[in-house]
Design a protein around this ligand. Structure first.
Ligand SMILES: *[C@@H]1O[C@H](CO)[C@@H](O)[C@H](O)[C@H]1NC(C)=O
Ligand SMILES: *[C@@H]1O[C@H](CO)[C@@H](O)[C@H](O)[C@H]1NC(C)=O
Length: 224
């Protein structure tokens, strides 16, 4: 009987949330060991996330920074105003490499909107959606977690390029509204040299979208 219900629970529907709650209750009634064993056997899924609206905000993985749960399937859908784009700025990122993932969907979380999958221990550069909806999904396996992620999101208007980000060992000046016509300057901390353009200017491209004229440069160690 139990085996037969496993697949349904794995799908992570609303039903699985209440089933999950019952599993947790049973765990308290039995023992912690039995709990983890039965959770694994039943494909326990921890669901979280939600729909976010508003000009800006913060998203943290559950339990951040003390580690996200195993068997997580959390989906956040950020919905901006019509005509805006959504920018994600990562503040912290640590996800068990190649086992747990943060997937980004340029639109609603549907396979056709899949954009990229992030894993590992490096803070990713800022990323901007093409439309007014951006979705994130955290999925973790049944062993080992890491401290998770924290990011700020912001709605960008058509005249804003958004923060171009600060690569490792780089410094950014000339910050402001990052609007069309604005420029920013990069430099590197001592011992590092800049590869790429030191000055980026926010321009309007052929598609009438505000974009930086060049990608952010990188700072390279002098002896490499
Ligand atoms: C996560 O949940 C979504 C729906 O809420 C589902 O479509 C998807 O298959 C689930 N992913 C995993 C790995 O269970
Ligand atoms: C976020 O939005 C609020 C108002 O909606 C604004 O006061 C605040 O400055 C914004 N924060 C950032 C970081 O843009």
């Amino acid at each position: 009987m139990k085996r037969g219900t496993t697949k349904r629970r794995m799908r992570g529907t609303k039903e699985s949330m209440s089933d999950g709650g019952m599993t947790v209750m049973r765990c308290f009634l039995w023992s912690l060991l039995l709990c983890s064993l039965s959770s694994r056997a039943q494909g326990f899924i921890y669901t979280c996330g939600g729909t976010l609206k508003g000009r800006n905000g913060t998203i943290e993985s559950p339990g951040f920074p003390y580690g996200y749960p195993n068997g997580a399937n959390c989906t956040w859908v950020i919905v901006g105003e019509e005509g805006s784009r959504i920018q994600l700025m990562f503040l912290s990122f640590a996800i068990e490499e190649e086992y747990d993932f943060l997937s980004l969907y340029d639109g609603h979380p549907h396979p056709t909107n899949f954009r990229t999958r992030i894993t590992g221990f490096q803070v990713p550069p800022p990323v901007t959606s093409t439309g007014n909806v951006f979705s994130l999904r955290l999925t973790s396996d049944f062993a080992v977690s890491a401290h998770g992620f924290k990011l700020n999101y912001e709605e960008l208007h058509s005249t804003s390029c958004g923060n171009p980000g600060v690569p490792p060992k780089a410094l950014l000046s000339g910050a402001g509204r990052f609007a069309v016509g604005d420029s920013v300057q990069y430099s590197c901390v001592p011992g590092y040299v800049l590869d790429g353009h030191a000055t980026l200017t926010c321009i309007t491209n052929a598609g009438n979208t505000a974009v930086w004229d060049f990608p952010a440069p990188i700072c390279r160690g002098m002896d490499h």
